[in-house]
Design a protein around this ligand. Sequence first.
Ligand SMILES: O=C(O)c1ccccc1N[C@@H]1O[C@H](COP(=O)(O)O)[C@@H](O)[C@H]1O
Length: 211
Amino acid sequence: MRIKICGITTIEQGIEIAQMGATDLGFICVPSSPRYLNLTQLAAIVPPLTEVANTVGVFADFSVATIAHVVALTSLDTVQLHGTESIEFCQELRQALPETEIIKVWRIRTNSDLELIQTYNHVVDGLLLDAYHPDALGGTGQTLDWQQLSDFAPPIPWLLAGGLTPDNIDTALSQLHPDGIDLSSGVEVSPGRKNLDLVDRLFANLQSRLG
Ligand SMILES: O=C(O)c1ccccc1N[C@@H]1O[C@H](COP(=O)(O)O)[C@@H](O)[C@H]1O
């Protein structure tokens, strides 16, 4: 299973978290986030971390040209689209970045959202479900209604996000079988600063599932 820890802001924490078992490290490119890294910071932090994990840039409603520029400067492996990007936008991005994994996020409120995100199945490599919050795009600690997702089974890989913590991960994964999980605020001391004890506890609690 893919385990993504998002909102990494230092090389040191990225290396430690990868050594603990994270497959993916996420970097927030959204200026309104308290975990935001500017281009200079991304260009310094991401390249060394591509050696230890899959690196994921989190974008929201950027242009194709801007995302392609950031990927070229940082060697990000994956682009996570956390905004209102259209199917056509994803197709354009695929053409601009044929080698880069693209994950489309949908913030789930109703059952119809679970159908809408699947209209992207043929244009992206993976889907990610996050919780909806009226005031922020992500990193909110808000959980999804896991029961509502019980029939969600897209034909491409999907990740579960939204308020996951070392304490609730077992309950979530006993109800759902995503291809990956994504945690940010649930393993933090403060926005952008991860609590390595909590990350350690996450992996301890996942031990039986990771085999
Ligand atoms: O983390 C942020 O600040 C952020 C900002 C803008 C878009 C996405 C963001 N993070 C994403 O939010 C989810 C889950 O966060 P949490 O575990 O509920 O705190 C995850 O996909 C992050 O990539």
